[in-house]
Design a protein around this ligand. Structure first.
Ligand code: PLP
Length: 390
């Protein structure tokens, strides 16, 4: 608020108050560099968020490597997967994940060995499951095979210590995932980069790498939020136990529930459940009525009803994907919030079960349900289920 009030001037202008904003902007860059363990703050450029940062990396690498391949984990965010497929075409290769949602390091080592690779991109933590990825080991493999490494650290930042992330060649972050404003983020570039190919052109801001007037108030808010989130995450072990207690309680209250990625290390705030019965949209609506903001998959794809590529990578079938509920807690979520959530889920489960018993139709899947899914593969799967249950 202070920055909006007093430091709204264009940092590239020459009058004194603008110079002050320029100075504060550079201070923010230094502070972020310290958070990330980076010696040279000039490696950081501010962007509009991680979608832009991820696109910048992939498009730059595509423009500067004519024949080598890009390796991208199959559970990356679409802002890495899509530009990679578009810019690299047949030279785009996926790194597979196992059924707990962790990328396979042995397979990755084989992929890196013996072929020319211009970039490996592995996220630090997955946005749907919260499962932590072995990004540091992947970075070491890249050092061994002289391959540049990109890490999308959007979900990690503000929840786990960030100091070693600066060892990555390229790094993306986004403020709104650690409590800052939407529409601001950053990209760390390798030290030698003095031009980003395929970036928007215009003014000389951000060392000429990223044209456009910097949004200093948003950048100041991003840094304030990062510091705050990191302080609150210092006792993340105990907050993680609260999520684990919630999951144990759910297994008692709603028998047959599966926990996704529970056998792998996860962020403390995420829980992805495959419920034993009833479509997730029904759960979502009932839980929304009780004041809980839950999700069926990633926010980017859940609104469109497309099956999640992360759940597919973990081997869930269409039926299971239709029963997934994703829960993300915040830094201030308390044990009593988790308790209220488990009680509400149990209540909704009972009410959905008693409604189902009252239903007069013998088939459990209605045509209206089926047609509400825009995805044709899911529709035909449900049609088959419906015919089988008749
Ligand atoms: N990468 C990951 C892992 C994300 O979770 C998100 C957003 O949800 C993004 C990238 C895109 O970030 P932004 O919304 O800042 O463009």
């Amino acid at each position: 608020m202070q920055a909006l009030d007093s430091h709204w001037h264009n940092p590239s202008s020459l009058y004194p108050t603008a110079g002050e904003v320029k100075h504060l902007l550079e201070e923010s860059r230094e502070t972020l560099a310290q958070h990330l363990g980076i010696d040279d703050a000039q490696r950081i450029i501010f962007t509009s968020g991680a979608t832009e940062s991820n696109n910048l990396v992939v498009r730059h690498v595509a423009a500067t490597s004519s024949s080598s391949r890009i390796l991208v984990s199959e559970i990356e965010h679409p802002s890495v997967l899509q530009p990679s497929a578009l810019a690299f075409g047949e030279r785009f290769e996926k790194v597979l994940a196992n059924e707990t949602g962790v990328i396979d390091l042995n397979a990755l080592a084989d992929q890196l060995r013996g072929q020319s690779v211009s970039l490996l991109s592995i996220m630090a933590a997955n946005n749907e499951t919260g499962v932590l990825q072995p990004w540091s080991e992947a970075n070491e493999l890249c050092r061994k095979y002289h391959v540049p490494f990109h890490c999308d650290a959007v979900q990690w930042l503000g929840k786990r210590p960030a100091t070693q992330l600066g060892e990555c060649d390229w790094l993306s972050g986004s403020a709104h995932k650690f409590g800052g404003p939407k529409g601001v983020g950053f990209l760390v570039t390798p030290p030698e980069i003095d031009r980003l190919h395929n970036a928007q052109s215009g003014g000389p801001q951000e060392r000429g790498l990223r044209a456009g007037t910097e949004n200093y108030p948003a950048i100041a808010a991003m840094l304030a939020a990062l510091g705050h989130a990191e302080r609150l995450s210092e006792n993340s072990d105990s907050i993680g136990r609260e999520r684990d207690d919630f999951e144990s309680r759910i297994l008692e209250l709603i028998p047959g529930t599966q926990l996704c990625g529970a056998n792998a290390p996860r962020l403390w705030n995420t829980s992805m459940l495959v419920l034993p019965e009833h479509r997730n949209l029904k759960w979502l609506t009932r839980m929304g009525d009780l004041g809980f903001a839950l999700s069926t998959g990633s926010a980017c794809s859940s609104g469109r009803g497309n099956p999640s590529h992360v759940m597919q990578a973990m081997g869930l079938d269409f039926d299971e994907m239709g029963r997934v509920l994703r829960i993300s807690a915040g830094w201030e979520t308390t044990p009593s919030d988790w308790n209220a959530l488990s009680e509400a889920l149990a209540e909704v489960y009972q009410s959905l079960n008693s409604n189902a018993k009252r239903a007069t139709r013998s088939n459990t899947i209605s045509l209206t349900d089926i047609n509400s899914y825009p995805d044709s593969r899911l529709q035909s799967f449900l049609q088959t289920q419906r015919s089988a249950s008749k």
